[in-house]
Design a protein around this ligand. Structure first.
Ligand code: BGC
Ligand code: BGC
Length: 625
């Protein structure tokens, strides 16, 4: 093992290596002193291990021991063989156990994307995706969702959440639009700060506090359609009409073409707010700025973020982000680490990363100072989050997962996120004692469709993938016993009677997607959905359409057929919140956080700072009846 000792300082609170209670293990000592003491004891291999994060499917606990791995993650759809709270505690705990058995016993940080609740865990409460939270404009609500999410994560030993996404999406064709709170960076900054404070709690080392991780720095929401270089084949089930090649990624991971003033004005603002809110980890974007990958961007990572903005936490790469910097992997590692990446998210081949990084240090292509800086940042965050004092979760907290209180919070969030876009002749609220209510659309009775991407699986999945209340069961629970609710997913009600029903409700949804698999050249309703609206129009007096989507959809031509239209975004597991508002127990209070285009030529929006004006959008940002 290579020993790289930095000179011992003369601090009086330092004790010798042979002591049974080394300084770094003493929580009463300052974090700076603990870091200094620990760093001083570490070999190059141990330091490189701290800079390495590996996906849990690519390693086992022994690997953690052998390579001193500093962090393990579950990628999208990453869950243990038994996807229960106990299964998670064991999975995370086994890695932790191994880390504790290393020479210095530095605990691992386990990270996941809990972007709308602890979403890979079966039975966790799934909250609306950020686009829906943006419509609530309610920082207190978002704070409480951050808190509840942290509680469910911490109960399973996960103290790091790769969230919030603080993108400022400018083009709704982007498959990550729904991860953003708004096209308006002020709304993003305000709600992201609230969420970060909620996740991290009153004190970061509290038993139920979790590290936030604003992402993806910088300009991920500003990429140009057609500029993506990612070669991901379109998966079956994703019909992309009018697309000229077979690859899914069109705008995700593309190039943001803006001058520096515009880049800062639109996209940097949320990071300034996130750092003020206490964010300790930042993830660079897989996209580029004017042709240069963010993972290679020393100016933006080191000079702007760490220098100018004074960020003293650490930078975690995105999924194989370093690999995209250069076709020559060694060069990619050198460039990425020298640009300022402190920890690399390595999905698969960690040995290649570790050996490349070690070679780069030995050859002098990466200075030991850079390594020490990275490790010092990582260790500081580990101490700040209290990891050495709470490497494993308190089993008493398991009852928080999927709790009634969290489900109530989800229901409240759903109700507040609904935006009423049309309400002809006071079609809504509905009467609970309407004689017959016809409900149509697969999405009326499908938890997976109402949750969207990043739910159990990376891309999400239709079906009853996790417990929750569907919109249909919410309606059934809300109406009085005299009302008759009839459901048919395809709207085949012709046989019911000759009389047309008083109320028809159609629930439509996009097929769940994530990242570039959701890049959509034509965000219009599908033909099947349009036919369903047309059929239902003939079967009822009042037609209410509820749209589940990760973005505004082009519905201009169908709008005249609807008496009422509700944008319900991707509400998550607590579908009762929809009925609460539909039947008037709660008012409609949501307002659009994105402008809703009339037609394709209003996409992308042009930000006011680039000379754009509010066009004659079908519904402008801020709209909501
Ligand atoms: C993982 C995701 C990751 C994606 C990146 C998937 O296989 O599950 O977490 O974001 O790959 O391409
Ligand atoms: C995504 C990130 C995510 C990571 C880990 C990447 O593909 O871009 O947002 O945190 O995977 O799942």
């Amino acid at each position: 093992m290579t020993q790289n000792k930095t000179p011992k300082s003369n601090r009086s609170d330092q004790v010798s290596f042979s002591s049974t209670h080394p300084v770094y293990q003493d929580p009463s000592v300052s974090i700076a002193a603990r870091v200094e003491d620990l760093l001083d004891r570490m070999t190059l291999d141990e330091k490189i291990g701290q800079m390495t994060q590996v996906e849990k499917n690519s390693l086992n606990p022994d690997t953690v021991k052998q390579f001193f791995i500093g962090s393990v993650l579950s990628g999208g759809g990453g869950y243990p063989p038994e996807n229960t709270p106990a299964g998670w505690v064991k999975m995370v705990g086994d890695f932790q156990e191994a880390a504790m058995q290393t020479r210095l016993g530095i605990p691992i940080l386990y990270g996941v994307d809990a972007v709308h609740g602890h979403n890979n865990l079966y039975g966790a409460v799934i909250y609306p995706h950020n686009i829906g939270l943006g419509a609530t404009r309610d920082p207190d609500l978002v704070y409480r969702i951050g808190r509840a999410t942290a509680e469910e994560l911490a109960a399973t030993g996960v103290y790091w959440n790769f969230a919030p996404t603080v993108a400022v999406p400018q083009d709704i064709r982007w498959g990550r639009t729904y991860e953003g709170f708004s096209q308006d960076n002020r709304i993003v900054a305000q709600l992201a700060s609230a969420y970060i404070k909620g996740l991290q709690g009153d004190r970061l080392n509290g038993p139920l506090s979790v590290l936030a991780n604003p992402k993806h720095y910088l300009g991920d929401g500003g990429t140009t359609w057609g500029s993506s270089q990612m070669l991901f084949p379109i998966p079956p089930g994703y019909i992309l009409e009018g697309v000229d090649n077979q690859f899914a990624f069109k705008i995700d991971q593309g190039d943001t073409r803006l001058d520096e003033a515009a880049l800062r004005e639109i996209h940097l603002t949320p990071y300034i707010a996130a750092l003020q809110a206490g964010a300790q980890v930042v993830m660079p974007s897989l996209s580029s700025w004017n042709g240069l990958k963010l993972h290679a961007h020393r100016y933006l990572l080191t000079e702007v973020l760490k220098g100018e903005l004074g960020f003293n936490g650490f930078i975690i790469s995105d999924w194989a982000g370093i690999d995209q910097v250069s076709a020559d992997y060694y060069q990619a590692v050198v460039t990425g680490i020298n640009a300022g990446i402190d920890m690399s998210m390595v999905p698969y081949d960690y040995e290649r990363f570790i050996s490349s990084l070690k070679r780069a240090v030995e050859k002098g292509d990466i200075l030991l100072d850079r390594i020490d800086d990275a490790v010092q940042r990582i260790l500081s965050v580990k101490f700040k989050v209290g990891l050495f004092e709470r490497p494993k979760p308190d089993p008493r907290h398991l009852s928080l997962i999927g709790s009634a209180a969290h489900r109530e919070l989800g229901r409240e969030a759903v109700a507040k996120s609904l935006v009423l876009l049309k309400n002809e002749a006071h079609a809504l609220p509905l009467s609970k004692s309407a004689a017959t209510i016809l409900v149509a659309g697969k999405a009326a009775n499908d938890i997976g469709l109402q949750c969207g991407g990043w739910t159990i699986e990376w891309l999400g999945q239709p079906g009853n993938i996790t417990p929750g209340t569907t919109i249909l069961s919410g309606i059934q629970a809300a109406v009085s016993s005299s009302a008759r609710v009839v459901y048919d997913s395809d709207g085949r009600f012709e046989q019911l009677s000759d009389e047309i029903a008083e109320v028809g409700i159609v629930v439509l949804a996009e097929i769940p997607y994530a990242e570039g698999f959701g890049d959509q050249p034509d965000p219009s309703l599908s033909k099947v959905d349009i036919l369903l609206i047309e059929r239902m129009r003939t079967l009822c007096q009042k037609l209410v359409v509820i749209l589940l989507s990760g973005r505004p959809l082009i519905i201009t031509e169908q709008l005249p057929d609807m008496d009422a239209l509700v944008a319900a975004w991707l509400p998550g597991t607590e579908g009762q919140g929809v009925a609460d508002v539909l039947f008037g127990d709660l008012p409609f209070s949501g307002r659009l956080s994105f402008s809703w285009p009339r037609s394709m030529d209003q996409i992308p929006i042009v930000s006011p700072s680039l000379g754009g004006r509010e066009t004659d959008a079908l519904f402008p940002i801020g709209f909501g009846l």
